[in-house]
Design a protein around this ligand. Structure first.
Ligand SMILES: [Fe+2]
Ligand SMILES: [Fe+2]
Length: 303
């Protein structure tokens, strides 16, 4: 790479981060103040569009009463928020590591710190929403928990930003749909709205950094990163809905999980939520080789 193009890249990176910092100054939210945490959750509303609930359209779904279906939608939102907290915690550590090696007076790192602050507020917001929905924190199984622990301590640049982009895009698609649907639970809509606004900046930051960084990596790092990304994608997408949610509506968690995994509506929901990030990463050449099998196994590349 020539010095001129290296300089152009640095200027570009600084410009984008500068714009993101300005936008953060204009539109950032404190969910503790912005959200009405005292209003009770409405038991007559869905928290998620019924057709996005993992069992929608199955025989098990037909067996549930309307009340149980609504309760399941609340538990699934809590489960997705639990994955959100899990990954935001991973991301905060990865961004702290990213900042540690770089100049904090640059816009790029000032924005990294801004994003960490956003994620701190989001995790508190999600935790409060989970409690309001009368749900537990749906903690991950031991394997996913340990893999997350390893990943957040060792991720390289491409993995930090591709992992971030993946989880952020999936949540974003679901939340964009939720925030505009007036039939859904107002608390969940308010949480979605705040998250969507702030995450739009995070995704821009991750996408730009990923594309810049990826093109300088050699074949070995690329092959390793594709495989690791496949694992992150697999573990986060297959754990979005914790099987314990089904017990809350009187279903057998093992049976319901099996049914959900095969449910074409559920697979379509995951493919739909991942379509933008799949396009970005395909274009960058990040979904190839053995890692691609994991994307497919997670139900992200269609049926
Ligand atoms: Fe977030
Ligand atoms: Fe984020």
């Amino acid at each position: 790479m020539t010095t001129a193009s290296r300089t152009r890249e640095t200027t570009d990176r600084e410009d984008i981060a500068g714009r993101l910092l300005k936008s953060s100054a204009k539109a950032s939210y404190d969910p503790l103040v912005e959200i009405d945490w005292d209003s009770p959750v409405d038991p007559d509303r869905y928290a998620l569009k019924p057709e996005r609930v993992s069992l929608y359209g199955t025989e098990l779904w037909e067996r549930l009463t309307e009340e149980q279906r609504k309760e399941l939608s609340r538990q699934e939102v809590a489960s997705i928020a639990s994955i959100g907290i899990w990954f935001e915690t991973i991301l905060m550590q990865m961004l702290v590591r990213h900042a540690y090696d770089r100049d904090p007076t640059s816009n790029h790192i000032k924005y990294a710190y801004t994003e960490i602050a956003d994620e701190c507020r989001h995790s508190v917001m999600f935790a409060k929403m989970i409690s309001k929905l009368d749900a537990p924190f749906y903690n991950l199984d031991t394997v996913a928990h340990l893999l997350g622990k390893m990943f957040k301590a060792t991720s390289n640049g491409p993995l930090t930003f591709s992992g971030a982009l993946f989880v952020e895009e999936i949540l974003d698609q679901i939340q964009r749909e939720t925030m505009v649907d007036e039939n859904l639970e107002p608390l969940v809509r308010a949480v979605s709205q705040i998250h969507v606004v702030e995450e739009a900046r995070h995704m821009r930051y991750a996408r730009e950094e990923l594309v810049r960084d990826w093109q300088h990596r050699g074949p070995l790092v690329k092959a390793y990163s594709r495989l690791m990304l496949g694992a992150v994608v697999y573990y986060s997408a297959t754990r979005l809905i914790n099987p314990k949610v089904y017990a809350k509506v009187g279903l057998d968690p093992r049976e319901a999980r099996r049914v959900a995994r095969r449910n074409p509506h559920h697979i379509d929901t995951k493919t739909w939520a991942a379509r933008k990030v799949v396009a970005t990463m395909n274009e960058a050449g990040m979904i190839k080789g053995p890692g691609k099998l994991l994307w497919r196994a997670a139900g992200l590349l269609g049926r």
